[in-house]
Design a protein around this ligand. Sequence first.
Ligand code: UDX
Ligand code: UDX
Length: 461
Amino acid sequence: MKTKFEKNILCIGAGYVGGPTMAMIAYKCPQYKVTTVDINSVRIAEWNSHILPVYEPGLDEIVKAVRGRNLFFSTDIEKGIKESDIIFVSVNTPTKTFGVGAGMAADLQYWEKTARQILECAETPKIIVEKSTLPVKTALAMERILTLNNNKVHFDVLSNPEFLAEGTAVKDLENPDRVLIGSRQTESGLRARDELVEIYAKWVSEERIVTSDIWSSELSKLVANAFLAQRISSINSISALCEKTDADIANVARAIGFDSRIGGEFLNASIGFGGSCFKKDILNLVYLCRHYGLNEVADYWKSVVKINDYQKGRFVFNMLTAMFNTLAEKRICLFGFAFKADTGDTRESPAIFIAKRLIEEKARLVITDPKALKNAKRDLHGIDGKISYIEDPYEAAAGSHAIAIMTEWNIYKDLDFEKIYRSMIKPAFIFDGRNIIDHKRLFEIGFNVFPIGKPALTHFE
Ligand code: UDX
Ligand code: UDX
């Protein structure tokens, strides 16, 4: 069938990255046909339904505007490959759980399977764009696979890491700080790069489209995530010190953030970072450094993950000591389970670790979250303990000994805490793992309040 479109774009992997990114390209470029395919037929059916598999503010509107016009979701990967000029690969690359590099290196099996499938089905030249975060030099391996026993079809491989953050995906895609494109510096590599630049240039200003060699591009993605995570571990490490010295982490963060070299963003102390990328990408970087014999560099970055684990453990330990050294049979209500606000995603959420530790202490858990209860149930499936899931925060908190805030959802800031206090067992505790509520007010209501990196406010002697 002849299409009326200027270009056919395919994306393999309809996840948190592939789905929203392709929706934005289709939305901004009506002249291109954009198809997103996935091996998971349930996910594809959801992308074609009223309730999308990914919750992102503003995404529903965009998908509704373009789906069926120039945005399509399908399970027919072969047909997609055959018909496309440009193929984005956005399949998942989790941390390896087996063999060499287990717990550290990226598991590239899906990614290699995808490369082989492209090789098998392609009949015309294609530009292959790595969207997934991958270890440095993966593009080289991809090129090698794509030139195996086939010199009929020419492939150019580009690296184009995605920097969107979940919960703000639409905003980040529409107004990116930068778009990074790495290519081979050959004539054909540069031509492929220019084709990709042309797509983004439809809505991103040219000075924000940064080009580089392919390896620097691959490495930059790992390094960006490592630097971001390092900021959180840095502020979280200082939060521990603040709790011992009566300093206030919010005041410290504000004071240092005024220094333009440091900047005020991304300095919120918390129960620790989560999400599918930070830990995985740092461990990947650590593995890469060890591979090249750079053990000091590896240890340096590994400590970012160590502090994150320490922060999660510290939070539970503080709960235990504050509540008279026993949590057994106490009802504890977790406010939020997503790894951050405005997403239903719970991958690597600190709430998973905290929930499991509380269950080990034999607490009874009640979990509430506006978007993530389905994932929470899946994450805690099979755990031997008393856990209930209640969407309404008032109902969830009633009869609890303590509330622990896991996710910085806006709705938690404006709850009627007097009503909640009345419904709880006394003395009532609140552990604010995100420092989002008015601690003084809660203390005045009667709560014993334990923020992160600030003095606790208690009614005890
Ligand atoms: C993924 C990677 O995990 C991350 O490293 C990268 O930076 C961006 O892409 P995300 O979109 O969040 O992130 O992953 P996920 O939501 O798991 O989506 C991946 C999709 O690929 C899944 O829907 C999965 O079914 C699909 N997939 C996986 C394929 O279509 N084919 C495969 O062979 C493997
Ligand atoms: C991150 C990167 O920001 C993004 O560029 C990359 O493409 C993917 O990884 P994401 O994991 O979606 O994005 O969310 P992000 O906003 O970076 O938050 C990660 C974690 O850090 C969350 O658990 C969040 O709650 C936590 N965080 C963030 C803090 O604890 N304090 C902060 O100040 C900021």
